[in-house]
Every structure is written in structure tokens, then in C-alpha cells.
Design a protein around this ligand. Structure first.
Ligand SMILES: C[S@@+](CC[C@H](N)C(=O)[O-])C[C@H]1O[C@@H](n2cnc3c(N)ncnc32)[C@H](O)[C@@H]1O
Length: 248
């Protein structure tokens, strides 16, 4: 198998499963909150080269394009990249999409201003090489935004139970705390800017409906109990050719 051939990283999590999740009330509310947090941490993306690593069906990459980013998406799953291409075509959006693994990014050093990696590391046993790759492709002054499944939340508890009852997907998954994410970023030489939580309600549509208006408020105080934990971190240094350097 060559690196451009199919590598299905999470076979149970295909584009159809994602479409069904987003079509549900709980999925729609949850995705909206997670997306809002990630876009907030990414900051101003207009005119920036952004890599969405483990881009899935391209939802975030397309949201970034709408905000003026020059977006690239990679994913280990050819099915996900196909779905992202279809979605980009339907929306007439320009996104460079490629099948590739996070451990071996097919890009030169210092290629991107921003890298996002949303619920990808949870399916990677050893994330350290991935963080090193991210750091390599980030320009000095560039930013990494990670979103991960929180370790201490009702969502993680349910997923662990599903693993005990035989779910291959959740058996593989790793849940991380904000401190775990901070350590990973720091080990890759990145400077942590922000750690935030989201999704404090249990896995229930009614709870999501009632509690989601308060979610971002909670996320500013603690990551404990968050189903989703996010970090932003900067690569030290600043680009000499960046007119906005120093404004971030
Ligand atoms: C839970 S999905 C998240 C998709 C997308 N980031 C989102 O938030 O909607 C995880 C994605 O990571 C991809 N993935 C898992 N391991 C990977 C790896 N080693 N390299 C690249 N992509 C990977 C999977 O194929 C899948 O599309």
C-alpha cells in the first residue's frame, strides 16, 4: 500500500455517520458549539493558509474558506476526502483536499499560518510525532488549534461503557484532559495561549436544548466536565513578511 492509497483510520466513523449525527438535534447543537469555539480560538483566518488535519467530510475547512482562509484539508480516509470534495464542489468552495496521514504531512516546513486538528488525536495512539509534524509545517508565529474529547465528562463515561460492551471505535479512543493537551503542545515546542472547554450537558437532546445557551460561559471557567476540550498554541517567532505580525 502506498501513502496515497486508502488508509481507513476510523472505519466506523464514515461520512454517513457524520451526516446522521449532524441531522440530529443533539448533533446539530453540539457541532455548532464546538465549531464556534474552534473558530474563536483560530482567530482571524482571512488570507491565512490553514491546514485542517483529519478534516473528515470538510465541514470545518469549508467554514474556514467562508471566512476567507486559504484552506487545505487532509484525512487518512479516502471516503472522508471524497465526501469533503463533493461538499466543496456543491458549495463552489476552493479547498485543497488530499488523502494523507497526520504522522507524515506532505507539505514543506513552515507552509501554514494555522493548523487545526479536531477530534483526531483521540484516534492516534502516539500523538507526539503528529505534534512534531504540526510544529514543522507551522510558520513561526503560526497557531495550532486542537479540539479533543474531554476525559472527565458524562460523554467520555458513556463512550467507555460502549467500549466495555464491544465498540471497536471507543475501545481505540483516547480521552485527554486539558493538561494532557498542554503537555503535548509544550513537548512540540509550542506555547499554549488558551485552554477551553465546551459541551457540559449530558448526551441528551433536551439537556442540550436547555443548557447550551450557558455552555460557553462554563467553558471560560473550567474544562472539568467538558465533553470537548480545546487548546490554542503558538509557534514561537514571527514572520518577517507578515504585515499583521505583532497584531495578534
Ligand atoms: C472524529 S473524525 C473528525 C473529523 C473532523 N475533524 C471533524 O471534526 O468533523 C476523525 C477523523 O480523523 C481521521 N484520522 C484518524 N487518524 C488519522 C491519521 N493518523 N491521519 C489523518 N487522519 C486521521 C479520520 O479518518 C476521521 O476523518
Amino acid at each position: 500500500m502506498t501513502s496515497s492509497e486508502p488508509v481507513c483510520a476510523c472505519p466506523e466513523l464514515g461520512p454517513d455517520a457524520y451526516a446522521r449525527w449532524r441531522a440530529s438535534e443533539l448533533g446539530a447543537i453540539t457541532e455548532r458549539l464546538e465549531r464556534r469555539l474552534i473558530l474563536e480560538l483560530a482567530g482571524d483566518v482571512a488570507g491565512r493558509a490553514v491546514l485542517d488535519l483529519g478534516c473528515g467530510d470538510g465541514e470545518l475547512a469549508l467554514a474556514l474558506v467562508k471566512r476567507g482562509a486559504l484552506a487545505t484539508g487532509i484525512d487518512a480516509s479516502p471516503a472522508m476526502i471524497d465526501a469533503a470534495r463533493r461538499r466543496a464542489m456543491q458549495q463552489g468552495a476552493e479547498v485543497a483536499l488530499q488523502v494523507a496521514t497526520a504522522e507524515h504531512l506532505p507539505f514543506p516546513a513552515e507552509r501554514f499560518d494555522i493548523v487545526t486538528a479536531i477530534t483526531v488525536l483521540c484516534f492516534i495512539d502516539d500523538p507526539a510525532p503528529v505534534l512534531r509534524e504540526i510544529s514543522r509545517v507551522l510558520r513561526p508565529g503560526g497557531r495550532l488549534v486542537i479540539g479533543e474529547l474531554g476525559k472527565w465528562s458524562p460523554w467520555a463515561a458513556t463512550r467507555r461503557m460502549r467500549a466495555w460492551f464491544g465498540s471497536a471505535l471507543w475501545r481505540r479512543a483516547r480521552f485527554r484532559t486539558a493538561d494532557d493537551l498542554r503537555d503535548l503542545a509544550a513537548q512540540a515546542g509550542l506555547v499554549v495561549e488558551s485552554l477551553r472547554g465546551a459541551i457540559y450537558y449530558p448526551r441528551c437532546a433536551a439537556a442540550a436544548r436547555w443548557l447550551s445557551p450557558y455552555d460557553s460561559l462554563w467553558g471560560r471557567f473550567t474544562t472539568l466536565g467538558a465533553g470537548f476540550v480545546a487548546l490554542s498554541a503558538a509557534k514561537p517567532g514571527s514572520r518577517r513578511d507578515d504585515p499583521r505580525a505583532g497584531c495578534r
